[in-house]
Ligand binder design. Structure first.
Ligand code: GLN
Length: 470
């Protein structure tokens, strides 16, 4: 009830698209009953959790923040949603995002932008100076980051204890950094994507947003493992773990990738990053500079691979099977075209067009196949560094703290999104696990985070180090 009341009083954040008040209260009552009767409880019994609105939920609308899916109700639960419910979680609602998770600000969804809860914090209000575009402090609120901005804002504003996001190029870690929460992108294939409406199938992973690293480990433990409905998941069951309290980091080798000194990295974040490296060094860990030379091609390569998969994924939205159907009835083709024009925003349409261009017979080798090869080189760079004995990579998560909304939307959409993914994207290319750990407040009083990237399927090591640092 307190979470639901908080959701109401923070409605202006626009973190939720759907609030499932009735079913949530019913689930909570059932939990209480189980508790009173002394029945066995699930790991999450009675715990309020929110889910990004690109995971299918039986009986509850799943919109992907798009006109295309407004009113769409899936007949089944995504595997991760089912697993939460099986453990007794109370589902509070579906959170806001960029349309079809394409974006990095949570500003491009059809339900409007998500406001970062920190915009209303004492720290930000005291320290920030109104930007030149406006003297009005009210319009100076900052973005939540994205595309899982609703989930990050929901956790950050204490309306839920944890939330599911998705991460294709940074969409869990980026908003986690901007909203000051933990954001875990697990190894590709560790958690089922069944029921997660795809963006880039070969890079998508469900993400976990929590208040602390321990909570992320708990959720990972119950979400991870083989799913017969997702052939890309690991074959084995996953053994949940409790995180040890690391006391000795002297056997750890921390890599600092020099390419992550990216153009546009704020001096504040750079300083924080070196301070964190020193912290490890002073505690006895080995801290080494490493090189991931192909990382610099990651963003252009992502553009080709992402749009190609988008072109193919979005083909299912034709007005026949799912969601929106246009009233234009002159011919089947014109109905298709009108449905897609009315259903998708310009970001989605732009990506469909680019993707189809890259997949044209005469372009396929030159762009798509080439990008796949570069992707392999990017992944090989990581493999080489980990083979050399480095355990974990330490990098910033974002280039700067969250931008004011008015500033963010002025920039060109495509360059902006690409810029924002620069520090998170390569981990998706390589399928590696990575986590944002909230680290400090910027001079403007906004959260900034650092990212740890680990070896494939070595979540336990990654989270243990993250917990030590936290
Ligand atoms: N910003 C990237 C994009 O727009 C990544 C989004 C994501 O991780 N879902 O494609």
């Amino acid at each position: 009830q307190r979470c639901l009341a908080l959701i109401k009083s923070t409605k202006f954040l626009n973190a939720y698209i759907t609030v499932t008040e009735e079913t949530a209260l019913k689930q909570a009552e059932e939990s209480e009953e189980r508790y009173k009767r002394g029945q066995p409880l699930g790991i999450l019994d009675g715990i309020p959790i929110a889910v990004k609105d690109n995971f299918n939920t039986a009986g509850i609308e799943t919109t992907c923040a798009s006109n295309m899916l407004k009113g769409y109700i899936s007949p089944y639960n995504a595997t991760v949603v089912q697993k939460l419910l099986d453990q007794g979680a109370v589902l509070l609602g579906k959170t806001n995002l960029d349309e079809f998770a394409m974006g990095s600000g949570s500003t491009d969804g059809v339900f409007g932008p998500v406001r970062n809860p920190w915009s209303y914090s004492k720290q930000y209000k005291e320290k920030s100076v109104p930007k030149s575009h406006s003297e009005d402090k009210e319009s100076d609120w900052v973005i939540s980051g994205g595309s899982s901005g609703g989930s990050a804002a929901a956790v950050s504003s204490f309306t839920c204890f944890a939330a599911l996001g998705s991460d294709t190029g940074g969409s869990t870690r980026n908003p986690a950094a901007h909203c000051g929460v933990v954001g875990l992108k697990p190894t590709y294939g560790l958690i089922s994507r069944h029921g997660l409406i795809p963006l880039v199938n070969s890079m998508d992973v469900p993400g976990i947003l929590t208040r602390c690293v321990d909570d992320a480990a708990v959720l990972l433990g119950l979400l991870a493992g083989h799913d017969p409905k997702d052939s890309t998941t690991i074959q084995d069951d996953f053994k949940p773990f409790e995180l040890p309290n690391l006391t000795d980091v002297s056997k750890l080798s921390i890599g600092i990738p020099k390419e992550y000194h990216a153009p546009g990295l704020s001096s504040e974040i750079l300083a924080l990053w070196s301070k964190a490296a020193d912290l490890f060094k002073n505690a006895g860990a080995k801290v080494v500079e490493v090189s991931l030379p192909h990382t610099r091609y990651s963003i252009v390569c992502y553009h080709v691979l992402c749009t190609a998969e988008v072109a193919s994924n979005m083909a299912r939205f034709d007005g026949l099977e799912y969601g929106h159907r246009s009233d234009v009835k002159d011919s089947t083709e014109s109905m298709y075209a009108a449905t897609r024009r009315e259903g998708f925003n310009d970001v989605v349409r732009g990506r469909i067009l680019s993707g189809n261009y890259f997949l044209l017979k005469q372009n396929y080798e030159k762009y798509f196949v080439k990008a796949q090869k570069v992707r392999r080189l990017i992944a090989n760079d990581f493999a080489k560094v980990f083979r050399s004995g480095v355990d974990i990579l330490l990098t910033p998560t974002t280039l700067s703290d969250a931008a004011p909304y008015m500033e963010f939307i002025q920039e060109d959409n495509r360059t902006r999104s690409a810029q924002d993914d620069i520090l998170t994207q390569a981990a998706n290319m390589a399928g590696l696990p990575a986590i944002n750990v909230p680290t400090a407040l910027s001079e403007r009083g906004l959260p900034v985070g650092l990212q740890f990237i680990g070896r494939s399927f070595q979540e336990k090591q990654l989270l243990t180090v993250a917990k030590w640092f936290e």
